[in-house]
Design a binder for this molecule. Structure first.
Ligand code: PEP
Length: 255
C-alpha cells in the first residue's frame, strides 16, 4: 500500500494586505517544525505570491488559487497562465473551488472548464488541488456522490494515469465552507471512501490507492485531529483557519 503523506493546504482566498500577509508569514515562520508525514502549501492571492515565495519558510510550498484554462500566453487581459506560475516558482494551484464554480459575481466555472484547467495546469508542471463537493440541498436530496462523480468525470476523461500523481482531490461540501458547519468525521469519511471507490472504478485501483483526498469545510485546530484520523482523509483544504496561527494546530493534528 503506498503511503499517503498528509496534504494541508491553506487557502487565503481574496484576503489580506501586504502588511497582514507579512505578519502571517512571520507567525508561520516561527510556528515550529512541520511533522515529516505532512506536506503544506499556502494558496495566496496572485498579488501576494511573490511575497510568499520570498518570505515564507521553504518547507511550505506556494500555491495559486486559479489559472487560465488555455496554455497560451499573449493577449488575454487579466489572465494568469499556468506556465507563468511555474516560471515564478509556484508549486500548486487550486482548481474547481466552489467559489469559482459559482457563488460570486461572475459566470461560474462548469466541470468541463474545471477539467480543462486541471489538465493545463498539470501539463505546465503544476500540482493541482482539485476541488469538488455538493451543496446543502444536494446532500439533503441524497445525491452527494452523484454530484461529486459528475464533477470528477470530465477530468477523469482528460487525465492520464501519470497525471493523477500530481493531483489531490479536495472534497469540500459547499454547505460547510466558511459556515462553521463541519461534516462529522464519519460523514466525511463515508464520502471520501465513495470518492476513492469512484476513482478506483473510473481511473484505476492504483490511482485510487495513491491519490490524496483532502477534506475542506470549516476545518480548524479543534476538529482537525478527528477528521485526519479517518482512513480516507489525507489532509485538508483550510480557508478561515489558514489566516491564523490555528493553521498550525491543523498541521499538527495529523496522526
Ligand atoms: C475553503 O475555502 O476551501 C474552505 C474550506 O474554507 P473554510 O475553511 O473557511 O470553510
Amino acid at each position: 500500500m503506498p503511503e499517503r503523506k498528509y496534504l494541508i493546504g491553506g487557502n487565503w482566498k481574496c484576503n489580506g494586505t501586504v502588511a497582514s500577509a507579512k505578519e502571517l508569514i512571520k507567525v508561520f515562520n516561527e510556528a515550529g517544525t512541520i511533522p515529516e508525514n505532512v506536506e503544506v502549501a499556502i494558496a495566496a492571492p496572485f498579488i501576494h505570491i511573490g511575497l510568499v515565495l520570498e518570505e515564507l519558510r521553504k518547507d511550505i510550498a506556494t500555491s495559486a488559487q486559479n489559472c487560465a484554462a488555455s496554455p497560451k500566453t499573449g493577449a488575454f487581459t487579466g489572465e494568469i497562465c499556468a506556465s507563468q506560475l511555474v516560471d515564478m516558482g509556484v508549486t500548486w494551484v487550486i482548481i474547481g473551488h466552489s467559489e469559482r464554480r459559482e457563488g460570486f459575481d461572475m459566470a461560474g466555472e462548469d466541470s468541463e472548464l474545471v477539467a480543462k484547467k486541471v489538465k493545463t495546469a498539470l501539463d505546465a508542471g503544476l500540482k493541482v488541488m482539485f476541488a469538488i463537493g455538493e451543496k446543502k440541498e444536494e446532500r439533503e436530496a441524497g445525491i452527494t456522490m452523484k454530484v461529486c462523480a459528475e464533477q470528477m468525470a470530465p477530468a477523469a476523461k482528460l487525465l492520464s494515469e501519470e497525471d493523477w500523481a500530481n493531483v489531490a482531490i479536495a472534497y469540500e461540501p459547499v454547505w460547510a465552507i466558511g459556515t462553521g458547519l463541519t461534516a462529522t468525521p464519519e460523514m466525511a469519511q463515508e464520502t471520501h471512501k465513495s470518492i476513492r471507490d469512484w476513482v478506483s472504478e473510473n481511473v484505476s485501483p492504483a490511482v485510487a490507492e495513491a491519490v490524496r483526498i483532502q477534506y475542506g469545510g470549516s476545518m480548524k485546530g479543534a476538529n482537525a485531529k478527528d477528521l485526519l484520523a479517518q482512513p480516507d482523509i489525507d489532509g485538508g483544504l483550510i480557508g478561515g483557519a489558514s489566516l491564523k496561527a490555528d493553521f498550525f494546530n491543523v498541521i499538527n493534528g495529523a496522526p
